[in-house]
Design a protein around this ligand. Sequence first.
Ligand SMILES: Cc1cc2nc3c(=O)[nH]c(=O)nc-3n(C[C@H](O)[C@H](O)[C@H](O)COP(=O)(O)O)c2cc1C
Length: 338
Amino acid sequence: MRYPIVQTGMGWVAGARLASATSNAGGLGIIAAATMSLGELDEAISEVARRTDNPYGVNMRTDQADTKDRAKLIASRGVKVVSFAQAPNQALVEQLRQAGVVTVATVGAPRHAIKVASMGVDCVIAQGSEGGGHTGAIPTSLLLPSVVDSVDIPVIGAGGFYDGRGLVAALAYGAQGIAMGTRFLLSLESTVPDVVKAKYLAASLADTVVTTAIDGAPQRVIITEKIRSMEKAGRLAAYLRAIRAARAFQMVSGESFLSLLKEGKSMKSSQELSWSQVIMAASAPMLTKAAMVEGNLEAGILPTGQVVGEIDSLPSVQEIIDSIVVQAKEILEKLRTA
Ligand SMILES: Cc1cc2nc3c(=O)[nH]c(=O)nc-3n(C[C@H](O)[C@H](O)[C@H](O)COP(=O)(O)O)c2cc1C
């Protein structure tokens, strides 16, 4: 990597095109594989490898029936980095590290950073509450210094970053770099439909909310009619919707009912969820897909960082990275000579 800038894994958003563009621009592109089948991941890796000679990563779930096969594929194809979409487990971390893959876990609290560091994870992304998708309660300005003080492994800041000022701030807190989701979602190379990008560009800093109505875990999204109605709906309506969507995800992902059930059992024990939460979690990807792939603003949900309110353009990934680096260098020079 030429620059300490990571494009994070975003389900249905961070495909081969976005990841390779980022790695070609000097950052680290990450393929979002949590919403891909094993075959799709295989294809995405081949495509990124065709498009770039620079290092790139894969974001993966830790509780799928074929997790071991995915890890084997990743290692055999020379992928340099794996980031986890959920809390990692020791066996998976060991399997990847023994194969020479650098492992990265996202944390929202210092105690989580300590826990994953004790598992042998190589690096943490400390994501503050302003970040997109599933997110914690501690803002980046407090989480970052506190995680830096808690662990001896490299820390990357996430949640609310979009420019050179943010990069310098993260370095000042002791981080090694920044990771961004929303900024890269709003780029030329992002395959998100234009109608959805327009909705994001129109959003202000106050137009997002953290809700548990989607899958039981706090997730930051743009406030829409869909979110309002999900928050109002009773539990029964939520479960019925979740069962329908989980069934649809099963068909799209090509997973057998049995393997989905196995995954559900493993999610239930590793994340201490109830069966109803497991069904809701399995259904959530379909709601994101409706927006991010099909452009359906009524049926879909719009995961986002609060930073969406500060973004009003769709530059190329190269322009995003170059402008961050130029601005960061200018600031550092100003501080040095002040
Ligand atoms: C549309 C969207 C989808 C996401 N999907 C995933 C995912 O599949 N796996 C994951 O680890 N994080 C996911 N995230 C979280 C991002 O990878 C990243 O940590 C977050 O967006 C950083 O905050 P920022 O948006 O303020 O830059 C998603 C975020 C967004 C906005």
